[in-house]
Structures are given as structure tokens and as C-alpha cells.
Design a protein around this ligand. Structure first.
Ligand SMILES: Nc1ncnc2c1ncn2[C@@H]1O[C@H](COP(=O)(O)OP(=O)(O)OP(=O)(O)O)[C@@H](O)[C@H]1O
Length: 315
């Protein structure tokens, strides 16, 4: 897709300041402050109900903040939604008229937003729906609807793009395609904000992260910074003398957990020190493997207190 220097390089920043949204007694978004910059993909992460969609809707001006501000291009919300001429967005892939074809859906949007007709063909090609463009949308799979939603977001060829859970329903090939697309859009100098409730989806998609839980900011940093802060080293140890090793390590301040497969998981102590203590206490080791917690584990650890519904909840 053409996106030349004529579009300029300023005015692609999303700035939220103390952004708040209340629905009666529910605070969906709670004094969120963050900045989303152009040039890389920013993942907007949080468990279900964390307030991601509400935040995206406020960025678009579809919901009015109860407090604070959010600006795109320095312009605050002024009571009028930002249409397809200002910010490209995929909010809900199901929110389309099923009786229409993909082409007529996009043509109607292009017409009502004053966008050139040629964009319809271009975005259909871009998202891989050109060959099914005349089929009714109601026969589309969720993956095809996601592609159509992405086409809608791209229609205006805009510098700021928002995608709410765009990877939902895509097959592995579709996920790879969408990752490549987002990276290219960001490399072209656009601001790309992508929401998800799964770290494993963002791990290979985003370079920057904004993590929220129960409407509050938990982290706003690069993926590398998040990984360094959130992951903690554990060591897997196998020994025929587990009980003795556990007491030796516990005495030295490490936390040791026995696993169902007979191994021990040690936290709070490096593999070197564990090996040294085992040697000194003549404990035979069969395995000593350092292991970093996955980003998914780090994300779940950081948001554990803010999950609305978790396994085991009697709701
Ligand atoms: N129109 C509304 N009226 C009342 N409560 C709402 C409304 N919209 C959202 N909420 C509440 O606000 C909170 C945040 O919802 P939101 O949809 O923004 O979260 P989310 O992070 O996008 O979650 P999900 O991934 O499940 O869509 C939830 O507790 C939700 O029930």
C-alpha cells in the first residue's frame, strides 16, 4: 500500500492522560496515562474485562471519557467520533451487515467517508479477500470477517491504526500474515495499536506493550523491558535424594517445590549455587537446568490480581 512521505511525520501520537471511564458503579478505565508512538507495533494487553475496548472506543471518540483526556495528533475528543478519515480501526469483526458482499460493504464505507473508490480494490487485495469479494459476508468464517475488518481499518490509508483483538479466529497462516502486515504498517511510520488478552499473541507481534488490569495501567514499556522485569529465573533439579536437597536449599533461603514428575523447581537461587551446595553436601544430581519463566507466565503473574474471572471461580 502506498504511504509516502507526503503524509508527514508528525501527529501520529496517541496520548492518554488520566483517562477514566465509569459505567455507574463500574470503573472500566481508571486514570490511564500512556503514549503510543509511530514506527512500531504497540500491543495493548489485559485480561478479559480489563478495559481495552472501552479505551479504544474513547480514542476513537465513540465513548466520552468520564475524566481525563485522550488525544490523537494532539486533538482531544470533541464530542464527534473520529471517522474513517482520521483513525483506521477494527473494533468488532462481527459488526457488519451479513447480507452484503465484502466489496459492497467497503464501497459503501468508502462512499460515506469520501474516500477514493480505488481503495476498495486495493484493500481487498491487501487482505487476501479479492477472490471472494462478491460473496455475501454472512457466509464468511470468523477469519475472513477479521480480514474484512482489517480491510476496513486500512481503507482510509491513515497514519493511526487501531485493531481490537484482530488475531481472534485467524488460522496460523492468517496470524503470520497479520503480524507481517502490522510490522510493515509500523515500518511505514504509522502508529499501530493492537489489543489482545493473550501475551502469546503479542509476543511475536508487538515491540512495545501497554498492559492494563481492571482499567489500571500495569506496565508501559518495550517487550524486552517487560521480559526482563517480569520473568524470573527458576531451576529444575532432579536428584534421587530430593528430600535432603530440599532441606539444604531451603536452609540457604531458596524456595523449593516438589513436582509430580519427581523433579524439584527452585526459585531464588542460581544453578551455580545449587550445584555447589549439592556437591558440598554430597547430594547426587541427575539434572540441573535453569529456565526463564515465559512471557505468558510473567503477564499472568503481573495481572493475576486483576483477572475478573479465573478458573475455579464458582460463578
Ligand atoms: N456499555 C457498558 N456498560 C456497562 N459496563 C460496561 C460497558 N462497556 C464495558 N463495561 C464494563 O467495563 C469493563 C471493561 O470492559 P471492556 O470491554 O472495555 O474490557 P476489555 O478489556 O475490552 O475486555 P474483553 O477482552 O473481554 O472485551 C468490564 O467490566 C465491562 O463489563
Amino acid at each position: 500500500m502506498p504511504y509516502g512521505p507526503g503524509h508527514g511525520t508528525v501527529g501520529r501520537v496517541i496520548d492518554a492522560n488520566d483517562l477514566t471511564k465509569r459505567y455507574g458503579a463500574t470503573t472500566a478505565v481508571d486514570r490511564l496515562t500512556f503514549t503510543v508512538r509511530p514506527g512500531h507495533v504497540t500491543g495493548f494487553l489485559g485480561p478479559n474485562g480489563a478495559g481495552k475496548s472501552t479505551t479504544l472506543r474513547m480514542i476513537l471518540g465513540l465513548n466520552e471519557p468520564s475524566g481525563g483526556t485522550v488525544t490523537v495528533d494532539g486533538r482531544p475528543f470533541r464530542g464527534r467520533p473520529r471517522g474513517l478519515r482520521h483513525v483506521g480501526a477494527l473494533l468488532d469483526a462481527h459488526d457488519v451487515h451479513g447480507g452484503r458482499s465484502a466489496r459492497s460493504h467497503l464501497s459503501a464505507l468508502a462512499h460515506s467517508n469520501g474516500l477514493p473508490r480505488r481503495r476498495v480494490g486495493e484493500v481487498l487485495e491487501e487482505v487476501g479477500l479479492a477472490t471472494v469479494a462478491r460473496r455475501r459476508i454472512e457466509g464468511f468464517s470468523l477469519g475472513m470477517k477479521q480480514r474484512l475488518g482489517i480491510a476496513t481499518a486500512l481503507l482510509g490509508d491513515l497514519p493511526v491504526l487501531l485493531f481490537d483483538e484482530p488475531l481472534n479466529g485467524l488460522d496460523p497462516e492468517g496470524v503470520l500474515w497479520v503480524r507481517g502486515l502490522f510490522r510493515r504498517l509500523a515500518a511505514e511510520g504509522r502508529t499501530v495499536l493492537v489489543s489482545s488478552h493473550l501475551m502469546r499473541e503479542m509476543e511475536h507481534t508487538a515491540q512495545q506493550l501497554i498492559v492494563i488490569g481492571r482499567g489500571e495501567l500495569i506496565a508501559a514499556e518495550s517487550l524486552a523491558e517487560f521480559a526482563a522485569r517480569g520473568t524470573r529465573l527458576t531451576v529444575t533439579v532432579r536428584t534421587p535424594e530430593a528430600a535432603r536437597l530440599m532441606s539444604v536449599l531451603a536452609e540457604e533461603g531458596a524456595a523449593v517445590r516438589g513436582e509430580s514428575d519427581g523433579s524439584c523447581t527452585v526459585t531464588g537461587m542460581g544453578a551455580d549455587r545449587i550445584g555447589e551446595l549439592a556437591f558440598r553436601n554430597r547430594v547426587l544430581l541427575h539434572e540441573l537446568s535453569p529456565r526463564s519463566a515465559s512471557l505468558e507466565e510473567a503477564f499472568m503473574g503481573l495481572t493475576a490480581d486483576s483477572v475478573e474471572y479465573s478458573a475455579g471461580d464458582a460463578r
